[in-house]
Design a protein around this ligand. Structure first.
Ligand code: NDP
Length: 331
């Protein structure tokens, strides 16, 4: 067996020296426990925050302790009546090749007719993030303009497609021509803008002739500065994340936006998906229905092999993923 522990707190983008691979024994499950073999491991931007010891909404990862996150896996052995060998489960679990745990943090996957990695994306945490952030805080109305950044990623692609289902005009922001074309050609967005292009600010202005009613914020930084200049009166800004700052060594600075909020009477609200846990069940059913009907296209970028988890994690900050980044663990 093998696990990945946090060797030290990173500065900037986490290098290989931040992750340490350790040999450990496979532990036989005791009463109430199960032995799980991961099939897919999720890597997510929020994990960068947990690698630091800055105060946040969730406790930091401990040095020399295994990193953990969402995992889809198969039960290899069960000493718990609620789970059988062969069941597929999803939960927050340590990065180990074999995992012996109590069942508090896992749930059984009922529908295994869809690709199982979807339980790490649209049918899992990132889908729920898009759903609640957009619909509860963004509240897009028919004909309004919804803008989303990191638009080709796991959360952003779902946000834009849900906004389309709700009848909004959707503009996505992503890095590079290929991703921007993907937004309009595959995901059906009305426009895409490349934030890495020199003329980003002008191109963005051209893409929102009626201004911005909802800005689903995933990146912060200079992208955000440009978008906030175009807010309409009574705009809503669900603040989901600011990935452009996660590897910063110093605090981000930028324009003081309070006056924009006053003059446009904008509602800007940060949120954490976990606070909507009571609503996960119905939202999950709705997301599954949209996926089944082909109204939400789900993209995944798969890295193969347990040893490639650190590299897959870095992909997120280098924009190497399209849709959800996962790691497939060979059986
Ligand atoms: P993505 O699948 O969107 O992957 C990250 C993407 O971010 C990359 O593909 C890249 O796309 C973009 N990116 C990376 N660095 C930068 C940068 N410096 N400037 C602009 N864009 C950048 O990840 P997720 O969908 O999982 O997460 C998206 C956001 O949602 C993150 O901010 C994350 O922290 C947040 N989040 C928040 C949750 C909550 O509960 N509040 C829950 C889940 C996610 P590109 O090539 O276009 O640059």
């Amino acid at each position: 067996n093998e696990q990945i522990v946090l060797a030290k707190r990173p500065e900037g983008v986490p290098g290989d020296d931040v992750f340490r691979f350790e040999d450990i024994d496979v532990r036989e499950p005791s009463d109430g426990e199960v032995l799980i073999r991961p099939s897919y491991v999720s890597v997510d931007p929020y994990m960068r925050g947990r690698m630091s010891d800055a105060k946040s909404y969730v406790a930091p990862f401990e040095i020399d302790e295994p990193l953990h996150g969402h995992v889809v896996g198969e039960i290899m052995e069960s000493k718990n009546d609620a789970f059988e060998k062969g069941d597929h489960v999803v939960g927050v679990l340590p990065w180990q090749r074999y995992i012996t745990v109590t069942t508090d943090n896992i749930s059984k996957i009922q529908n295994t007719d869809v690709p199982l990695h979807l339980y790490l994306s649209t049918l899992g945490m990132t889908g729920q993030t898009a759903y609640h952030g957009l619909l509860k805080i963004g509240q897009p109305k028919e004909g309004e303009t919804v803008v989303v950044s990191a638009a080709s990623g796991a959360v952003g692609s779902a946000v834009g497609q849900i906004a389309k289902i709700k009848g909004a005009r959707v503009v996505g922001i992503a890095g590079g021509e290929e991703k921007v074309n993907y937004l309009t050609e595959t995901l059906g967005f009305d426009a895409g803008v490349d934030y890495k292009a020199d003329d980003f600010a002008e191109a963005f202005e051209g893409a929102v002739p009626d201004g911005v009613d909802v800005y689903f914020e995933n990146v912060g930084g200079e992208v955000s500065d440009v978008v906030l200049e175009h807010l309409n009166t009574f705009a809503r800004v669900p603040v989901c994340g600011t990935i452009s700052s996660y590897n910063n060594r110093e605090d981000d600075i930028g324009p003081r936006i309070q006056w924009i909020l006053v003059k446009t009477q904008t509602l800007m609200q940060g949120f954490i998906v976990g606070n909507y846990a009571d609503d996960f069940e119905y939202a999950g059913r709705q997301l599954a229905e949209w996926v089944q009907e082909g109204r939400i296209h789900t993209e995944v970028t798969v890295e193969e092999g347990f040893e490639n988890i650190p590299g897959a994690f870095r992909n997120l900050f280098e924009g190497k993923n399209l849709g959800k980044q996962v790691v497939k663990i060979e059986g």
